[in-house]
Design a protein around this ligand. Structure first.
Ligand code: TXA
Ligand code: MG
Length: 332
C-alpha cells in the first residue's frame, strides 16, 4: 500500500483535503491525523472491518481496545448504554480535551473496538483537524496513537511515517500535536471513578471537578496483576534505545560515556558539570512543556545513533505523574 501524506493547516484545515480524508474513512480506510495529545490512527468506529485495519497496521494485539473519538457529549451518549453523573460532570468540565472516559457500551459498538468487552472508551478531542475530520466523516472515529504497537506515540507526521509508512492510506500532516502525551483515561462505569492511564489531567483535577475521591490507578494497578485496561502493560511507549531514569543523571551519563558508550542525557535541569561526548537534550522544567517535547526528543535520539538514554528523574509532584508513568514504561 502506498501511504499518502497531505499537509494541512491546523487552524484552518482545507475543506478539500478533509473531504478526501473523510471519503477514505467512509470507505473503510485508515487515516492518521493530529489531535491535541498525539497523532491518532483513525477508522470508522462503527465498521468492525475498518477497525481491524488499524490493528493490522499497528501490529496491535486484538485484546487491547481502542478509543472512540466524537465531537460532542451527545455523540458520546449515543455509544454509551449508561451515562453516569460522573461522565456528565467530567464532560462538562474537560471536553473537548485530553480526557478519555470508559463507559458501558451500546450493542452497536463493534467488538473490534472494545476487544469484546462491555465498555467503550470515548474521547472528545479539541484539535480543529480532528474535529473537522470526524464531522466530515459523519461517524465516530476509533483511533489509537498512530505508531506501531509498543513504540513511542507519534507527535508529528514524520513519526507516524517512521513506523506506519506503507501500512496506512493517508497521513494528514498538521504539524506537531501540541500536548505531546496521551490523554488521561478514566473509568466512570463503576464507583469510585478510577484513573486507568495517568495524563496531564490529574486524578486531583478530576476529583475536584466531581467533588468526590478518584482512585489514581494506572501502572500500580497493573503491577498487582489485575489489569483493568489491557493497554496498561508494563513495557509500552518504548524507544528503540535502552533508557534509564536516574536522579543523578549527569553522573550516570558521564560514567557510561567514560565506559565507551554513546550516551544521551535528557534533563529538565541545567547541567552544572562538563559532559564531554554526551548528547544533552534539554526539556522545559514544567510538566506541560516537558510533555510536549518528550516523545519528540526520544524519536530524535533514537535516530541519532546513541546507544543509551539517561533521563534525569523529574520532580515528584502530582502534575508530573503521567510523565513518571511513561518514563517507567519506557525503561521497563
Ligand atoms: O491521547 C490519546 O488518548 C490518543 C489520541 C489519538 O486520542 N490515543 C491513544 O490511544 O493513546 P491508545 O490506543 O494508544 O491508548 C488507548 C488506551 C489503552 O491503554 C487502552 O487499553 C485503553 O485506552 N482503553 C481503550 N478502551 C478501553 C476500555 N474499554 N476499557 C479500558 N481501557 C481501555
Ligand atoms: Mg498507543
Amino acid at each position: 500500500m502506498k501511504t499518502r501524506c497531505l499537509t494541512i493547516d491546523p487552524a484552518c484545515p482545507d475543506p478539500a483535503v478533509i473531504a478526501e480524508a473523510a471519503t477514505i474513512l467512509r470507505r473503510g480506510g485508515v487515516v492518521a491525523f493530529p489531535t491535541e495529545t498525539v497523532y491518532g490512527l483513525g477508522a470508522n468506529a462503527l465498521d468492525g472491518a475498518a477497525v481491524q485495519r488499524i490493528f493490522a497496521a499497528k501490529g496491535r494485539p486484538s485484546n487491547n481496545p481502542v478509543i472512540v473519538h466524537v465531537t460532542s457529549s451527545d455523540a458520546a451518549r449515543q455509544l454509551a448504554a449508561e451515562w453516569p453523573t460522573a461522565a456528565e460532570r467530567l464532560a462538562a468540565r474537560f471536553w473537548p480535551g485530553p480526557l478519555t472516559m470508559v463507559v458501558k457500551k451500546q450493542p452497536h459498538v463493534p467488538d473490534e473496538v472494545t476487544a469484546g468487552g462491555a465498555t467503550v472508551a470515548i474521547r472528545c478531542p479539541q484539535h480543529t483537524i480532528a474535529r473537522t475530520l470526524i464531522g466530515a466523516a459523519g461517524v465516530p472515529l476509533a483511533a489509537p496513537s498512530a505508531n506501531a504497537s509498543n513504540r513511542i506515540s507519534a507527535t508529528t507526521a514524520e513519526h507516524v511515517l517512521r513506523t506506519l509508512d506503507g501500512r496506512i492510506d493517508l497521513v494528514l500532516d498538521g504539524g506537531p500535536a501540541g500536548g505531546g502525551l496521551e490523554s488521561t483515561v478514566v473509568d466512570v462505569s463503576a464507583s469510585p471513578v478510577r484513573v486507568l492511564r495517568p495524563g496531564l489531567i490529574t486524578a486531583e483535577a478530576l476529583s475536584g471537578a466531581l467533588g468526590e475521591p478518584v482512585l489514581a490507578g494506572g501502572h500500580a494497578v497493573v503491577e498487582r496483576g489485575a489489569a483493568p485496561s489491557p493497554g496498561m502493560l508494563a513495557r509500552h511507549y518504548a524507544p528503540l534505545v535502552p533508557l534509564e531514569v536516574c536522579a543523578d543523571g549527569a553522573v550516570r551519563a558521564r560514567e557510561l560515556s567514560a565506559a565507551g558508550q554513546r550516551v544521551a542525557l535528557v534533563t529538565h535541569l541545567p547541567i552544572a558539570c562538563e559532559l564531554p561526548g554526551v548528547c544533552v537534550s534539554m526539556l522545559p522544567n514544567d510538566p506541560a512543556g516537558y510533555a510536549s517535547r518528550l516523545y519528540q526528543a526520544l524519536y530524535e535520539l533514537e535516530s541519532s545513533g546513541v546507544e543509551r538514554i539517561v533521563v534525569v528523574t523529574p520532580p515528584q509532584s502530582a502534575e508530573w505523574s503521567a510523565i513518571h508513568d511513561r518514563l517507567r514504561r519506557a525503561s521497563a
